[in-house]
Design a protein around this ligand. Structure first.
Ligand code: ADP
Length: 462
């Protein structure tokens, strides 16, 4: 393997490539603010800033019994939530695994399956246990539906699917009102429940986190992808004009800001590396979700792998070893970077085991120390870049003076070592001392609790 000196030289090269100075962060944030504003101006912008038709913050005193159904990826989740007021709640839930067929079958059949799961849940939780018995609930229970795909909303109980993502492909669903489709399935399966609201999970996370901690003004997700939601003044959303809403009210906005810098890639041109370019071009949607591709869990492992492959080609790493297992796309999970970074020992033995076990290659101690420092560079860049989106919302809304809480969720935030610390450091680099007033914390469950709170707010408003 390469000697310590050569690896140190390589490290310096990558350090230069992946380090984001405070000035860079400030510039990106500035441009980000402009892009957020553009999205609010009119429909069809790169960062779409989707109005969620959730009007204002919860009071924290919302109470009552609600059902929530979450369709957003691997599992379908049904929850019963009791809101107790004073920011308190209780939740029970059941997960139903979705099969590949269910992700591709007729759209209406998918919603039929949702209705069946809901029925099963109700029978288990509210029924007497007798088979084939029709359940009669003591009172109507409202259902909040969390549907985490890009949708256009005109009202809180309406959501037109723009396009499927995350591997779903059910025909006859794109372009349709999925709340209406689900309602139809509830009726045909005689489920005695009223669907009151349909929301995106990020919006739910915003509402749930504010319900529990009123200081929370922004929610963001750092998981497979990245996104954020916040509460905007309706008067500052020109594209909402046609709805003639009261201008003194607020509405939650689902930013879908993972799309920042898509297509032209001009806002982050100075910091895009050839590895970012490669990931973008080899993804199933080239040129889309550019910001997300430099941050999110789906991509960081691949970034690390691409650097390693470069060094293999240059004859720096693993000389004389068979590295074919490392040369396949997407074989390096972001969780591996977490493991490598979390290893506190000089020998970085976690890293040795990982490379040997998963990729069949031996590593020297120098190589492992290099890998750990490389992981730090990649993880730190992601966290610092994550801060720019938050800083843009803070700037746009003028939250810096008073400070605010930011509810954050996703494996990257909760499991990647030092991710929150690095993000906070970047906020200070952007805002100076005042940046200390912008504090992230683990978010509350958006698709269960958040969806229920929105259902409750919707009933109150009617
Ligand atoms: P989702 O965003 O799909 O709801 P998660 O928040 O769990 O789900 O994010 C999943 C992503 O997080 C995957 O891309 C995975 O590679 C990454 N991931 C999972 N575990 C870890 C970990 N321990 N450290 C860093 N990333 C992780």
């Amino acid at each position: 393997g390469a000697g310590k000196e050569q690896l140190e030289k390589e490290y310096q090269r990558f350090k230069e490539l992946f380090t984001l100075t405070p000035d860079r962060l400030k510039h990106i944030t500035e441009r980000f603010v402009g892009v957020l504003k553009q999205g609010l101006e009119k429909d069809g912008q790169t960062v779409p800033m989707l109005p969620a038709f959730v009007f204002g913050w919860p009071t924290g005193d919302e109470e009552g019994s609600f059902l929530a159904l979450d369709l957003g990826g691997t599992n379908l989740r049904v929850c019963h939530v009791t809101l107790q007021g004073k920011g308190k709640f209780e939740i029970t839930q059941t997960k139903f695994r979705l099969t590949e067929e269910q992700k591709q079958c007729e759209g209406q059949e998918l919603f039929d399956f949702c209705a069946q799961c809901l029925n099963t849940f109700i029978t288990d939780h509210f029924g007497s246990g007798k088979e084939d018995e029709e359940i009669i609930l003591e009172e109507d229970i409202a259902l909040g539906f969390t549907f985490s795909y890009p949708m256009e909303q005109k009202a809180i109980d309406h959501g037109k699917l723009v396009r499927w993502t995350k591997g779903f492909g059910n025909p006859n669903t794109e372009g349709k009102d999925c709340a209406e489709m689900f309602r139809k399935s509830l009726e045909s399966h005689k489920v005695p429940i009223k669907l009151t609201s349909i929301i995106n999970d990020t919006t739910g996370t915003l509402i749930a986190s504010n319900y529990v901690k009123q200081h929370t003004k922004i929610a963001c997700i750092f998981g497979t992808g990245c996104n954020a939601a916040y509460m905007e003044h309706i008067k500052n959303v020109p594209k909402l004009k046609e709805y003639e809403l009261p201008g003194d009210e607020d509405m939650a906005i689902n930013c879908e800001y993972g799309a920042f810098d898509s297509f032209e890639h001009k806002h982050m041109a100075e910091i895009r590396t050839k590895y970012d370019e490669y990931i973008d071009l080899h993804s199933n949607k080239p040129h889309e979700q550019s910001y997300e591709k430099m941050i999110a869990g789906l991509y960081l492992g691949e970034l690390f792998r691409l650097v390693i492959c470069d060094l293999i080609d240059e004859g720096v790493l693993f000389l004389g070893q068979n590295t074919y297992k490392l040369e396949k796309e997407n074989v390096f999970d972001t969780a591996f970077l977490s493991l490598i970074e979390a290893d506190p020992t000089d020998e970085v033995l976690t890293c040795a085991g990982l490379f040997l076990h998963f990729f069949g290659v031996e590593t020297t101690m120098e190589e492992r120390q290099f890998f750990k420092k490389l992981a730090e560079l990649i993880g730190t860049r992601a966290a610092r870049l994550s801060a720019c989106g938050i800083a843009a919302i803070v700037t746009k809304m003028g939250y810096l003076e008073e400070g605010c809480g930011v509810g954050a969720d996703g494996s990257l935030y909760s499991k990647y070592p030092k991710f929150p610390d690095r993000l906070h450091q970047a906020l200070e680099d952007i805002f100076g001392e005042k940046g200390k007033g912008i504090v992230t914390h683990q978010a509350e469950d958006g698709s269960g609790v958040g969806s229920s709170i929105v259902a409750s707010m919707t009933l109150k408003r009617k």
